[in-house]
Design a binder for this molecule. Structure first.
Ligand code: B12
Ligand code: SF4
Length: 489
């Protein structure tokens, strides 16, 4: 069968999307013809460049060896129609996060108009967590809930044999007015998946900025799933889709190492990025063995992210021996009660500080995630977060304004408290403003603190009044960012 997969991405973030690449590689390895239509490099999206905003406020440092991106000036709708007329796919699949939902719909609508007989399937986070909303769209024939590899395989096999397709697990299938809603199937065994095939995408996706340098970065997975249940994340909802199956799974060490060697050599990877939700959430014996083989057979640096409670002194030592370059730790907020009660992250500040100190004693750089603008948060609480960041001194960090993502418990809380009105939700939230309406913490104050967060973590305390002015004054902000980003790097 011929399958066209659409990577719907308006963020301008270049990087091979792990879910869609797995899906495409799997289907291709079974003998189907697969092509990708990628929206990433369309000029249309340049105005939304989130890195520009982050660079302006000091969080993102410009790289010293920029790789020029080649953007397309063409009309995306014209291009996709041309692509379909040339490739003639039997089915078209869209991979969709919530932020891209309406944009994906606008493309599928256009495609359906021109090719009414070609089946369209939507998969990814948003269809998985909002299936009713997705399937009711007239341009969508099928949706995939949860992991797509086995479901798409079965769908293609059945279409090939002209068998009925209405009873395939993980899929909801529209047939006239009727929708067949099937149950969930077993989770994917990661050892059944072929090595990722990045050749399906533009090579531009291999270049990612890391600590001021563009590198050839390979995004990979050793595990899927997460054992935690943070209230702002959709992970718990995803896990519940297939409960009581064990959601957190690892590849076998042999398979993981073999895949990494192939990718390193085939694509000249300089550094791997493990996209595992929490990289260190694995049994210590598995980690010891994986580390030994990684060092012996793969031997290039890597980075990843993990939860602070998954870090131990021994694991950091092992990371160092493996040549780990950087590990990002979720600090999120500075007040431990707030962290535990509102975010459902049960970790003491002392433990977080110890984790950062342990990393600093090793050769592995610690980075951090943080959030502001959370429901019930106040200005004072944000200053506790700033204080903890000052104490932990992450090498780099990413701080975001809280967004009420579908599937997360906090979205529900925001709706119940009247902080967020879900009617006409665009799902595509701006990077630098809050979409909550909270009496105790106004949107403009959240925006001001977001823009100055970097400065508050860097300047001496006596400069705090000036930074406060910078919350509202763009010129002061720019001058301070200029002064402190050169001073501190
Ligand atoms: C690693 C990760 C990242 C990485 C890499 C993302 C990437 N593009 O590869 C980085 C750090 C870059 C990232 C960035 C962002 N992320 Co992120 N990320 C994750 C995380 C932790 C794991 C994703 C993953 O690897 N999943 C494993 C793969 C195999 O699953 P998958 O991608 O969903 O694909 C499977 C199925 O969905 C399905 N499928 C997917 N597409 C299709 C298409 C068809 C046709 C079919 C049939 C099936 C199908 O089959 C796939 C294979 O089984 C998730 C949490 C989670 N557990 O999902 C958050 C998550 C996906 N991210 C999220 C968000 C919000 C973002 C950002 C928008 C954050 C930001 N403000 O910048 C950006 C978006 C960038 C982008 N456009 O890709 C949200 C999404 C919320 C939502 N409702 O959409 C999540 C759920 C976390 C959360 N906050 O709750 N992210
Ligand atoms: S935020 Fe991270 S640790 Fe928490 S549930 Fe989501 S993926 Fe897991």
């Amino acid at each position: 069968m011929k399958v066209l997969l659409v990577y719907v991405n308006t963020t301008l973030r270049a990087s091979y999307p792990i879910g869609l690449t797995n899906l495409a590689s799997y289907i291709k390895s079974l003998g189907h013809e697969v092509e990708i239509f990628d929206t990433t490099f369309y000029q249309t999206f340049l105005r939304q460049d989130r890195e520009n905003i982050r660079e302006k406020i000091g969080i993102y440092k410009p790289v010293v060896n920029p790789v020029e991106r080649v953007y397309k000036n063409d009309d995306l709708m014209v291009d996709i129609i041309r692509k379909i007329s040339e490739f003639k796919p039997d089915i078209i699949g869209f991979s969709v996060l919530s932020s891209e939902f309406y944009f994906a719909i606008s493309i599928s609508r256009k495609v359906k108009e021109v090719y009414p007989d070609t089946a369209i399937i939507f998969g990814g986070l948003h269809p998985s967590l909002c299936p009713e909303e997705t399937i009711k769209q007239p341009s969508i024939d099928i949706i995939c809930i949860g992991e797509g590899e086995y479901a798409l395989k079965e769908l293609l096999d059945r279409l090939d044999k002209k068998d009925k397709i209405t009873d395939i697990k993980n899929l909801w299938v529209k047939n006239g007015d009727k929708i067949y809603k099937n149950s969930m199937r077993e989770l994917v065994s990661l050892d059944n998946l072929p090595v990722l095939d990045w050749s399906l995408f533009s090579e531009q996706h291999i270049f990612s900025p890391l600590n001021r340098r563009m590198r050839r970065v390979g995004p990979v997975e050793f595990s899927r799933g997460c054992p935690y249940s943070c209230s702002y994340c959709s992970c718990t909802a995803l896990r519940n889709l297939t409960a009581p199956q064990r959601y957190l799974r690892h590849k076998s060490i042999e398979k993981a190492i073999a895949d990494l060697i192939t990718l390193r050599d085939k694509y000249n990877v300089e550094i791997f990025y493990f996209l595992d939700e929490t990289f260190l959430s694995m049994d210590i014996n598995v980690f010891r063995n994986f580390a030994k083989e990684y060092k012996r057979q793969v031997g290039i640096p890597f980075y990843g992210m993990t939860h602070p409670t998954s870090v131990t002194e021994e694991k950091v030592k092992i990371l160092e021996q493996m040549g780990c370059y950087l590990m990002t730790i979720g600090i999120e907020v500075g007040n431990e009660k707030f962290r535990s009660k509102i975010l459902n992250r049960h970790v003491k500040n002392k433990r977080i500080i110890d984790v950062f100190d342990t990393f600093y004693r090793s050769g592995v750089l610690p980075s951090a995630f943080g959030m502001i603008g959370l429901p019930f948060e106040t200005r004072e609480l944000v200053f506790e977060t700033i204080e903890l960041f000052r104490r932990c001194r992450p090498e780099t960090y990413s701080v975001g304004i809280f967004k009420p993502f579908v599937g997360s418990k906090l979205r529900q809380v925001c709706i119940e408290e009247g902080f967020f009105d879900p009617t006409d939700d665009s799902y595509n939230y701006p990077v630098d403003t809050s979409v909550l309406n909270m009496p105790q913490f106004l949107e403009e104050e959240i925006g001001g603190l977001y823009r100055t967060f970097y400065l508050y973590t860097k300047v001496p305390y006596e400069k705090f009044p000036l930074v406060k002015e910078a919350e509202k004054d763009e010129n002061i902000l720019m001058n301070l960012v200029e002064e402190y980003s050169t001073k501190t790097d």
